[in-house]
Design a protein around this ligand. Structure first.
Ligand code: IPT
Length: 270
């Protein structure tokens, strides 16, 4: 009994924790997991990964790659012989998915900083073509707008620590008056902390930081990171459960699941 997992680079902390959770809960149900990692985000590389799993007779797969709704829909249409459950699509898309509420945690992080008195915000989003990066960025902007604020600057990183480091150096040069920095994931926040430490900025006295993901390591950053938690273990568990359930009762609807996102307060924002 086998489940497939098509995933973005496992060098990223979030996808690797999701893969670990999928593996754990699949084993508990007596399933093994075959992983196919995509090299780039292109539609053809995702189809290639799906084919790789099909050639090993996998019939049910979890797809953790950021996909625009039309792309996910056409993957479903073009692969009628397999059941696909998506983890990184717009929660309101029509495809079978287990995803996180993209708004509640991001909104709470802006409100938290606003209530502390911050008005000078910089935003460090993810890649410009990434669905979750765009959803988080939109929520930050909309929430700031509801306070009649616009960000001083919007930067885009590539989810990794180095891009967070470089974007923060640029922010320090171009908008040194910023007192609050919202970052779309914790790996980029790690790079941002490094840049701020190097420039002797005190956190949170000089500048406050809020990340996103709450990966295992985030509580051990210096200072411990205030961040938006999304529960990857729960996502892996629900994904396995939903996928196996849909196999047992194919006539039942493939209802999608939206999991919560919430602010976890530690020491990097004040
Ligand atoms: C999302 C992570 O939050 C982000 O850090 C990055 O790893 C991204 O995935 C890669 O696409 S989690 C996703 C299930 C929304």
């Amino acid at each position: 009994k086998t489940l497939g997992l098509v995933t973005t680079s496992l060098a990223l902390h979030a996808p690797s924790q999701i893969a670990a959770a999928v593996k754990k809960y699949a084993s508990e149900q007596g399933y093994q997991v075959l992983i196919s990692m995509i090299d780039d985000g292109s539609d053809s590389s995702i189809q290639y990964a799906i084919n790789e799993l099909k050639s090993q007779r996998v019939e049910r797969m979890i797809i953790n790659a950021p996909l625009e709704t039309p792309v996910a829909e056409s993957l479903v249409d073009e692969n009628p012989d397999v059941e696909c459950l998506f983890l990184d699509v717009d929660p309101y898309s029509s495809v079978f998915n287990v995803t996180f509420n993209p708004a509640e945690g991001a909104r709470a992080s802006v409100k938290y900083l606003y209530d502390l008195g911050h008005r000078q915000f910089c935003l460090l989003s993810g890649p410009e073509d990434s669905v979750p990066a765009r959803l988080r960025l939109n929520t930050w902007r909309d929430t700031l707008a509801s306070y009649q604020l616009t960000p001083l600057a919007v930067h885009h990183g590539q989810w990794d620590a180095q891009s967070g480091y470089l974007a923060t150096l640029q922010m320090l040069r171009e908008t040194p008056q910023a007192t609050a920095l919202l970052i779309a994931n914790d790996q980029m926040a790690l790079g941002a902390l490094s840049a701020l430490h190097q420039h002797k900025r005190k956190i949170p006295q000089d500048i406050s930081l809020i990340g996103y993901d709450d990966t295992y390591e985030s509580a051990f950053f210096e200072p411990a990171l205030t961040t938006v938690a999304i529960d990857f273990d729960l996502q892996g568990k629900m994904a396995v459960q939903q996928l196996l359930q849909s196999a047992e009762s194919p006539l039942a609807s493939r209802a999608s699941t939206i999991l919560p996102s919430r602010l976890v307060i530690r020491n990097s924002a004040g």
